[in-house]
Write a protein that binds this ligand. Structure first.
Ligand code: ATR
Length: 272
């Protein structure tokens, strides 16, 4: 019987993870299968336990269950612990190892695929929700000169600064406070795009950036990336590379093998 993995979320039909992991499995000749599973909003734990009892080896967890997944883990990696969110389970006997591969996925996309080193750079992270929290430690581990966290609601950015201060040089504020400042890399981790909204940010921040990155993706440039381009950003990237890289890190946790990501990113870009 093949080793079984799933991605679990609500909604889930849009998920690209089955496509990505099936491609990884073919590429690395792993005897495994990977499917998508819709969990009821009030039935996450029961769905996980059932899959584990049936012999499932691991799963990815997506919206809105990453916090519940964090709480259900019996063991956590450091990056999942500080992110307070889990996107990957590996079932070890009765135990559940919880990991968070989102941040390393972002870092690998920026450094390996886009060839932009993070060390020494000034980074602006927009947003202070779960998506932002998940990438802060992996970004800081790459030793940027400075990480600025800007959020519509200032106190949430402040809270993240306090939590992560020990790991690096962080400043926090609302969007307007960063007007006129220079950044090398700007990352959108707000969920504004999900509601077809744009964060109201000072557009002068884009002019000096070497890279403007949106953790969201869509078939055409996201509204955020279009805004960046209109205001002088020299280079933009959406979150497809991050999506494939976080999947590759989950795959590595399960199979101890690193798949090649570039061909899958190219395939996915052609499909979306
Ligand atoms: P996620 O887990 O996707 O990060 P979240 O925890 O609900 O979701 O956080 C959403 C983030 O997007 C927050 O930083 C939120 O800002 P607030 O803290 O002020 O709510 C941000 N966000 C959502 N819609 C936004 C919008 N239209 N403009 C600016 N920021 C927005």
């Amino acid at each position: 019987m093949l080793d079984r993995y799933i991605v679990i979320g609500n909604p889930i039909s849009h998920s690209k993870s089955p496509f990505i992991h099936t491609a990884f499995a073919q590429q690395t000749r792993q005897a495994m299968e990977y499917a998508a599973l819709l969990a009821p909003l009030d039935g996450f734990k029961a769905t996980v336990k059932n899959f584990q009892l049936l012999g499932g080896k691991g799963m990815n967890i997506t919206v809105p269950f990453k916090l519940e997944a964090y709480r259900l883990s019996t063991r956590l990696t450091e990056r999942a612990n500080v992110a307070q969110a889990v996107n990957t389970f590996r079932f070890d006997g009765d135990g559940i190892l919880g990991d968070n591969t989102d941040g390393i996925g972002l870092v690998r996309d920026i450094e390996s695929n886009l060839s932009i080193p993070i060390e020494g750079k000034r980074i602006l992270l927009l947003g202070a929700g779960g998506a932002a929290r998940g990438v802060i430690l992996p970004l800081l581990q790459k030793k940027p000169l400075q990480l600025s966290i800007a959020n519509r609601t200032r106190h949430k950015a402040e809270a993240l600064k306090i939590q992560f201060d020990v790991y690096g040089n962080i400043t926090a504020g609302n969007f307007t406070e960063f007007s006129g400042k220079k950044f090398d890399i700007i990352i959108n981790a707000t969920s504004a795009g999900l509601h077809d909204e744009l964060p109201i940010i000072p557009v002068d921040i884009f002019i000096h950036a070497n890279l403007v990155y949106d953790m969201m993706y869509s078939s055409k440039p996201t509204r955020f990336l279009a805004l960046a381009t209109q205001n002088g950003a020299s280079r933009i990237a959406d979150g497809i590379g991050m999506l494939v890289e976080q999947a590759a890190e989950s795959f590595y946790l399960w199979r101890n093998i690193k798949p090649q990501t570039k061909p899958i990113i190219a395939l996915l870009k052609a499909l979306i």
